[in-house]
Design a protein around this ligand. Structure first.
Ligand SMILES: [Zn+2]
Length: 301
């Protein structure tokens, strides 16, 4: 049970057909854009329009700002969904919100649409020019590829893999720590980016060693979710402390590292001494798996 895959991850619920094999066909994409059912998610600085924080508010193509439409997916009944960057239109009953605030509240389809739209928006905004020759690239494949007109090179959206690991000791206590930039009461499990030439398991062991100075064994994968804030893919693991459990935090990356039993965590959250991650994050889902259910005082998200 404890090593079975995580069942619910807020940003890994998208279920639309991305039509990856057809989106290179510009005529097909243009026909989708003209489909009277077509809906457009407008994205501005990581935010879009929502109603009641639980549903996306999309507009018709005619009401979207001008710009390259990116195809997000097609529903089983053929309804296409696009995203376009630009100023958010005025829509009665709608308000702006970002993925961090509504990603866990939206339904499966809408969560997937916004996760992809925000990821594409960041990539397009930061990868306008060819990394080989510096020429401005043009958008193709309905927003999923950028092509250099000078040397013909194709560039695909970038995703940075990051490992996040719940480390337990042999007394089944969990390791929680605080990043130096975080509020004083915030705690989470350890995480870090995968380096070139490194397996995920090696990255887990290296990050734990670097951040708190202990070794781990029994590294087990439990699940992943995209984290386009701005461009990560979070890969979640359980691991066991191997040998000494004496924590020696690297003060550049970690402060306040400590072991918590379930009773100690319950008390620390209950008293307000620490705040655990919100349900949007894979960190919360890993901690809940270890804890055996929802954490006390799960914060609003
Ligand atoms: Zn080029």
């Amino acid at each position: 049970m404890e090593n079975t895959p995580l069942e619910w991850l807020a940003l890994a619920r998208g279920d639309l057909d991305r039509a990856g094999e057809r989106r290179r066909d510009a005529d097909w994409v243009a026909a989708l854009w003209k489909d009277p059912r077509a809906r457009v998610l407008v994205v501005e600085k990581g935010r879009t329009l929502v109603a009641g924080r639980t549903a996306l508010v999309e507009v018709a193509p005619a009401d979207a700002p001008p710009g390259d439409p990116w195809l997000l997916g097609v529903e089983p009944d053929g309804t296409p969904h696009f995203a376009v960057p630009g100023p958010l239109p005025e829509v009665e009953g709608a308000e702006p919100a970002g993925l961090r605030h509504v990603g866990a509240l939206l339904g499966d389809r809408d969560s997937g649409l916004l996760t992809l739209a925000v990821a594409l928006a960041h990539w397009h905004a930061t990868h306008r020019f060819c990394p080989r020759c510096g020429t401005e690239t043009r958008v193709e494949s309905a927003g999923h590829v950028r092509v250099c007109p000078s040397d013909g090179s194709e560039h695909h959206p970038r995703v940075d893999p990051a490992v996040i690991m719940l480390v337990r000791d042999d007394d089944d206590r969990v390791l929680l720590a605080r990043g130096p930039q975080w509020p004083a009461d915030r705690r989470s499990i350890l995480a870090g980016f995968v380096e070139p030439g490194e397996s995920l398991e090696q990255a887990v062991a290296r990050e734990v060693r670097e951040e708190v100075g202990i070794e781990v064994r029994d590294v087990r994968y439990l699940g992943s979710q995209p984290w386009p804030l701005p461009q990560s893919l979070m890969l979640g693991f359980f691991a066991r402390a191997d040998g000494s459990t004496l924590l020696r935090p690297d003060s550049d990356e970690i402060t306040d590292a400590d072991w918590y039993s379930r009773d100690e965590l319950t008390a620390a959250i209950g008293s307000g001494d620490i705040i655990a991650p919100g349900p949007l994050s894979i960190a919360a889902q890993l901690i809940m798996r270890w804890y055996g259910g929802p954490l006390p005082k799960m914060p609003d998200f």
